[in-house]
Design a protein around this ligand. Structure first.
Ligand code: SAH
Length: 349
């Protein structure tokens, strides 16, 4: 069980059975567990006093423990499409970014899985100050719940693509996924969750064994190891071949098509030859490629290519029968790349 601090119990991160034990140990009747679970995960209340069918003394006990609630520090709202980037403050003063997006098929949210990140991808702002700490399951849940409380709208899709490497915080991320899909709670479909990873191979195999119907997205960003190493330090550890083998296993076990993210960086991975090499790599695989024109960050001088080169890259993949889309840019007027708002509001990162 994840804990907020040594003497606090993080009840929002508890599975139902764990909560039932906790309720029993507190000397309360078993049916209270169901009520409390429902207040937290079905009605996603933001304060303990809203649990109006729970006796006052029990509410005091819950308050005395760690009842994770995220506080909005600030937000940026896109005038173009209503995308909202929330900056949330955690109990220890850490800041995290969460992005709420409106699409025709429903609302989607991009959540962070860690405060900071230690993967070191060169083009990414989230990794500049390194990893500060893992987020608990409740801190991930609260990004979804707080966004729904603050907007008054439901969320139908979750992408774990904000700051952090989810497979570097494996246990808490799995706990988050199991809790948000619990039928006694928010009951989101596994199919509506996407997890994006830079490709920590042993963890991909471990995840495959869990047999969750979530979509796995791999940040590939290069058609060969040499180019990948220039962009992503993790490429020193695992080769593209090892990643693709793990992806094939993931597909075989789960039946879920793999998504590959490919951020196009001018002059580094966006040539016609790169596209052909990528097509060769992915040939015959049941997959989808998401092209992302790289978002320039202040601290690095990576540039995006012009529209023409992006379209040409896409065409080469299409001609080679690879499913490909260019990521629609939402919130382009607030589009300081992920991690930049957090950096602005945090000291020393
Ligand atoms: N650690 C995970 C998830 C977080 S990043 C991962 O590596 O997948 C989500 C996606 O955004 C990744 O594909 C990441 O490589 C990409 N990304 C990060 N910074 C970017 C930038 N400045 N421009 C374009 N894509 C970026």
């Amino acid at each position: 069980m994840s804990e907020l601090s040594e003497d606090k119990i993080d009840i929002k991160s508890m599975y139902f059975d764990e909560l039932a034990d906790y309720v029993k140990e507190s000397g309360l009747p078993a049916f209270r567990a169901k009520q409390i679970f429902s207040w937290m995960h079905e009605k996603y209340v933001g304060d303990v006093d809203s649990m109006n069918n729970i006796p006052k003394d029990m509410r005091q006990v819950i308050k005395g423990n760690g009842f994770t609630v995220l506080k909005e520090e600030t937000r940026q709202v896109s005038k173009k499409d209503g995308t909202i980037k929330f900056l949330f403050k955690l109990y220890d003063g850490q800041m995290i970014e969460t992005v709420f997006m409106r699409y025709s098929y429903g609302n989607s949210i991009c959540i962070s899985s860690q405060a900071g990140c230690r993967m070191g991808c060169r083009f990414c702002a989230s990794t500049i100050g390194g990893l500060v700490r893992n987020l608990s399951a409740s801190e991930m849940l609260e990004q979804v719940y707080a966004a729904m409380r603050l907007t008054g709208e439901r969320i139908s899709n979750i992408v774990i693509m904000g700051t952090g490497e989810p497979l570097d915080n494996y246990d808490n991320v799995l706990r988050f996924i199991r809790l948000i899909t619990d039928e006694k709670g928010y009951n989101l479909s596994m199919r509506n969750i996407t997890m994006s990873t830079c490709g920590i191979v042993p963890k991909i195999y471990e995840l495959a064994k869990e047999k969750l119907a979530i979509t796995l997205a791999i940040s590939l960003h290069a058609p060969n190891d040499e180019k990948r190493r220039k962009l992503m330090p993790i490429a020193e550890k695992y080769s593209i071949k090892e990643i693709l083998d793990a992806c094939k296993e993931y597909f075989e076990i789960t039946g879920r098509r793999i998504s590959f993210e490919y951020s196009l960086v001018k002059g580094q991975n966006d040539s016609r030859e790169d596209a052909l090499e990528l097509a060769g790599l992915l040939k015959g695989m049941n997959c989808h490629v998401n092209l992302i024109p790289v978002n320039t960050i202040e601290e690095r001088n990576f540039e995006k290519g012009d529209d023409n080169s992006i379209q040409n890259f896409k065409l080469v993949l299409e001609k080679n029968l690879i499913n490909v889309t260019i990521r629609r840019s939402v919130g382009s007027d607030i589009d300081a790349a992920c991690g930049q708002l957090r950096r602005k509001y945090s000291v020393n990162i």
